[in-house]
Design a protein around this ligand. Structure first.
Ligand code: FE2
Length: 129
């Protein structure tokens, strides 16, 4: 049996599952407008951020309508937990933002990786008007 990445990427409601990346972006934008796309993990229920258990990375991908291939538009590595003293002096949250300009409508996909609980994804449809 051959496994596909889609076989082990998990989805759920970010309000009840702390691993799901939350995409905050406008639903509609004008072509050429620069917009902020925020991605955070643990927005409602904070995810641990310790050396033993943490979000390792998150990526943002855009699949334009009618395109053949997706485009990776952001890639974040969360290594700061290693200097955060395991939350005794400072808490670090995996929350980042990208500024993007869209020429066509499509789907934003965020994927995150927890070193214990694996891969998680979410989607946000964006329409260029
Ligand atoms: Fe986790």
């Amino acid at each position: 049996m051959i496994l596909s990445v889609s076989d082990f990427i998990q989805q759920d409601d970010w309000k009840t599952e702390k691993h799901v990346p939350v995409i905050e972006a406008p639903d509609e934008v004008s072509a050429g407008d620069r917009v902020t796309v925020k991605v955070s993990i643990g927005k409602e229920i904070p995810h641990p951020n310790t050396v033993e258990h943490h979000i390792v990375w998150a990526k943002v991908i855009f699949m334009a309508e009618g395109a053949t291939f997706p485009v990776e538009v952001a890639d974040y590595q969360f290594a700061a937990h290693e200097s955060s003293d395991n939350r005794t002096t400072v808490q670090v949250f995996p929350s980042v933002a990208a500024e993007l300009e869209f020429a066509s409508s499509g789907m934003l996909v965020a994927v995150s990786y927890c070193n214990i609980h694996g891969f998680w994804e979410s989607h946000h449809r964006l329409k260029v008007v």
